[in-house]
Design a protein around this ligand. Structure first.
Ligand code: IMP
Ligand code: MG
Length: 172
């Protein structure tokens, strides 16, 4: 039987999200910013983040697949849904639920860098830094954790638990 252990409370999430939204609003003041949400995991984080950002932004989503119903990254990434907005000359902020090995975001960063944006930076809700296998700089993150498989606030295990308002450690 799977066990869910609460590790981050909804109220702590809102405080951190509003804090990084303030930082992003200040860093991108006067610039054309596109928030690119990585589906599906980032949909809740992006919607909270966007509502706390105080400068005008454009929003789009992309989907890549690397994880199936498994809990470890295959590293084999394919683009299944590209964004629709033209990114040339615009500042991009890739918004992701969690960075684990770093393979997904390293791939996405390299993909966008070929499309001539003004800049590409990374905003991840959770940085699982000790599991990093490829070099990818996370410019903004709300929480840092060292281990464990996490669910809730958009993060899933085999498409379950995304709807939970807090973050839980899933023990199978
Ligand atoms: P990476 O390519 O190994 O960095 O994996 C990133 C993707 O793996 C994230 O976008 C998540 O979809 C998924 N992932 C990594 N760790 C977790 C976790 O603890 N819970 C849920 N999904 C995770
Ligand atoms: Mg994901």
């Amino acid at each position: 039987m799977a066990e869910l252990i609460p590790i981050i409370l909804p109220e702590d999430i809102q405080e951190k999200v509003s804090c990084i939204a303030r930082q992003i609003s200040s860093d991108y003041q006067g610039k054309d910013l596109i928030l690119v949400g990585m589906l599906k995991g980032a949909f809740i984080f992006l919607s909270d983040l966007a509502r706390h950002i105080s400068i005008p932004v454009q929003i789009d989503f992309m989907r890549v697949s690397s994880y199936g119903a498994d809990i470890s990254s295959s590293g084999n990434i394919t683009l299944t849904h590209p964004i629709q907005i033209d990114v040339a000359g615009k500042h991009l902020l890739l918004v992701e639920d969690i960075v684990d090995t770093g393979r997904t975001l390293a791939w996405a960063r390299d993909y966008f860098q070929c499309l001539n944006p003004a800049s590409v930076h990374i905003c991840a809700f959770i940085d699982k830094h000790e599991r990093r296998e490829v070099d990818v700089e996370v410019d903004y993150s709300c929480f840092s954790v060292s281990e464990g498989f996490l669910v809730g606030y958009g993060l899933d295990y085999a498409e379950n638990y995304r709807e939970l308002p807090g973050i839980y450690h899933l023990k199978i």
